[in-house]
Design a protein around this ligand. Structure first.
Ligand code: A3P
Length: 293
């Protein structure tokens, strides 16, 4: 595995993003090649749950909701999402996790333990308006020092559109997930949208509980929802964060938590370019991305 400084294809863009490259696939710098290559043979359990998303779609939020739902308790857990992030784990850690494991990942499915699919482990997949994802990912890359990234938004926008970021292009990721669903129409996969969660999280958590077949009443759903509201999570989950990993010692995982922040960042030209590329690449999409909120 080579550690590389991923340049953007834009001619005058001098910025770089520190990532790891394995056979042409770009990963965040914390991934270890040895574990990444070995994970395909890791053993799954029937009750494993996989939370899957392109980065910045709301993984932390959903992971917290899922973790409380499977415990059937509206009590803050000290664990952070990263402790169950497949690409951050060793096989030993993976095997030692308490059941039921609420795993999470941004990896393409081809890299994940094969046994997860053989055992038909439930998948929860969350999507978000890619314009908001681009802005959120920009701030993520800029604030997390391990990426050594310090470029302006204008260049980053091009980089994002080209997929010159860890986990590659949002377009490719999303289309690949659509292919998986088409090829496996009976696979237990529950699709969610960040915007729906923002609009009516209680309703969405109720649907999620049904999918997971966890028997929770309305009051517990309300309490879990309440505990997972942005401000509460920001305050409580940020406590104990390794502040030195962040620019200005200021943890930024819980940034704004809003729908439509892209409007504060995209220029008119960027928006037009985005729409035109989106229309080309996603002409036959089966996802229901909501752009209008
Ligand atoms: P913003 O950068 O737009 O604020 P991920 O967890 O996949 O990395 O996604 C991070 C995004 O989800 C960030 O978006 C973050 O603020 C937002 N987020 C995290 N927790 C949230 C919550 N409880 N409610 C709403 N948004 C949340």
């Amino acid at each position: 595995m080579t550690e590389i400084n991923l340049r953007s294809d834009k001619r005058d863009d001098e910025s770089h993003l520190r990532v790891l490259e394995v056979d042409g696939y770009h990963l965040p710098p914390f991934v270890k090649e040895e574990h990444f290559r070995s994970m395909k043979t890791w053993k799954a359990r029937n009750d494993d749950i996989i939370l899957s998303a392109y980065p910045k779609a709301g993984t932390h939020w959903l992971w917290e909701v899922l973790s409380l739902l499977v415990r059937r308790k509206a009590e803050r857990i000290p664990e952070k999402k990263d402790t169950a992030m497949i690409e951050e784990l060793t096989e030993e850690k993976f095997n030692s996790m308490a059941a039921p494991r609420v795993l999470n990942t941004h990896l393409d499915f081809q890299y994940l333990p094969k046994d997860l699919f053989a055992k038909r482990c439930k998948i929860v997949y969350i999507l978000r308006n890619p314009k908001d994802i681009a802005v959120s990912y920009y701030n993520h890359h800029k604030k997390l020092l391990m990426y050594e990234f310090d470029g302006p938004w204008d260049n980053y926008f091009q980089r994002f559109m080209q997929g010159n970021v860890d986990y590659g292009s949002w377009f490719d990721y999303t289309l690949e997930m659509e292919r998986f669903k088409e090829k496996n129409p009976d696979y237990p996969i529950h699709v969610m949208y960040y915007e729906d969660m923002k609009e009516n999280s209680i309703k969405e958590i109720g649907k999620l509980a049904k999918f997971l077949e966890v028997d929770v009443g309305d009051e517990l759903i309300r309490n879990i929802d309440n505990l997972c509201q942005f401000d509460k999570m920001k305050q409580e989950k940020n406590a104990g964060e390794n502040v030195s990993a962040w620019r200005d010692n200021n943890p930024g995982m819980y940034r704004k938590g809003e729908v439509g922040d892209w409007k504060n960042w995209f220029t008119v030209a960027q928006n037009e370019m985005f729409d035109s590329i989106y229309q080309q690449k996603m002409a036959n999409t089966t996802s229901n991305i909501r752009f209008l909120l």
